[in-house]
Design a protein around this ligand. Structure first.
Ligand code: KG4
Length: 333
């Protein structure tokens, strides 16, 4: 079954053709990150406009690179939430038009289910059940994945997402947006014990997380040093931040895997590209006797292929949307 999938939830416009949920025939992506870098973060209005400019050409590119025609497509899929509402609406409307014009079913896909499904592309042997650590620019959650379409959140951030924390700290250090990757490069060779940073404790849940205290502590630390004219050990600070963020994510993931009886852990989302998080997950899973799947770097960030992958399983479960499909800034997994 060939699915033409669209994604425009944040600052990447993407279209892909995926066969039977596992084989990617094409994966066309246009990132707007350079544009938003001028402003230090995503400007929703600009994101929406750039998606509109790009989506038709990306759709053509995805079909061309897949070597298929429009008539070969069996279904159209689209991310319908969560994300920036104006941005989401672009792919939702384009996908609706495509499905209508082709006379094919329209499959709505949850963005984070897509991130998890990126692993089905990379690892043919991977099947639910497993525990997923899903960490992106807008979300950080631990998901008990019981089946391809049966899942529930068992832990989540109460405030900022891990990616947002990296991005905001990067900004105060004068690094470009998105800040995760530049922070990782700055951290190279830095001492991860150079700074003692606060650890979050969410009173009524040992699986929930919080990153806003860490973010504020680092922002204040940098501003105070600047005001006093004191030098900052920048690599040390970046390494300490990575250690602190990883320290929130990894132990809770292991705890959740044990609690919910999982033997497999699957990382997903843009922050799953982080070297420190990957190394810590690897070590912790080894120690706990858990099998770990780390998506290849190119599948960590937003892409259309992951939406096409998840759409296949949603389709098998009967998920269909009509022409009234809407986009949702917030959406239950
Ligand atoms: O999954 P994604 O592409 O978009 C969302 O769905 O949010 O994630 C983007 C986030 C950004 O916050 C970015 O800074 C972060 O992923 N990121 C990283 C790294 N690469 C991307 N964070 C830490 N280390 C990285 N190497």
């Amino acid at each position: 079954m060939l699915i033409l999938a669209f994604e425009s939830s944040c600052d990447e416009t993407a279209a892909a053709v995926v066969r039977d949920g596992r084989t990617v025939l094409s994966d066309a992506i246009l990132s707007q990150a350079d544009m938003h870098a001028l402003y230090g973060g995503v400007v929703p209005e600009i994101a929406s406009r750039k998606h509109i400019e790009a989506i038709a050409a990306l759709s053509d590119q995805a079909l061309r690179e897949a070597g298929v025609g429009r008539r070969d497509i069996d279904a159209v899929a689209v991310t319908y939430g969560p994300g920036l509402i104006g941005a989401l609406l672009v792919a939702v409307n384009f996908a609706k038009s495509a499905a209508y014009a082709l006379g094919k079913p329209l499959i709505p896909v949850h963005h984070l289910r897509g991130h998890i499904a990126a692993n089905y592309i990379a690892f043919p042997e991977l099947e639910p059940p497993f525990l997923s650590l899903c960490i992106s620019g807008g979300n950080s959650m631990i998901v008990d994945v019981q089946g391809y379409t049966q899942m529930r959140i068992v832990g989540a951030t109460r405030d900022d997402a891990a990616g947002e924390c990296f991005d905001k700290i990067a900004r105060v250090l004068g690094l470009p947006y998105p800040g995760g990757r530049p922070m990782q490069e700055l951290a190279q060779g830095g001492d991860d014990r150079a700074y003692t940073l606060p650890k979050a404790h969410v009173a009524d849940s040992d699986l929930d997380m919080s990153f806003s205290g860490l973010k504020t502590a680092v922002v204040n630390l940098v501003h105070n040093a600047e005001q006093k004219g004191e030098a900052i050990d920048r690599p040390g600070l970046a390494a300490s931040v990575a250690a602190a963020i990883s320290g929130e994510l990894v132990p809770r993931t292991i705890l959740a895997a044990r609690r919910y009886g999982h033997h497999t852990v699957v990382a997903a989302g843009g922050v799953a590209a982080n070297a420190r998080v990957r190394a810590d997950l690897q070590r912790a899973c080894e120690e706990a006797g858990l099998r770990l799947f780390l998506p290849p770097l190119r599948l960590c960030g937003d892409n259309g292929a992951m939406i096409g992958a998840q759409a296949y399983y949603e389709y098998l479960e009967g998920a269909r949307a009509g022409m009234s499909l809407n986009a949702y800034a917030n959406l239950e997994i």
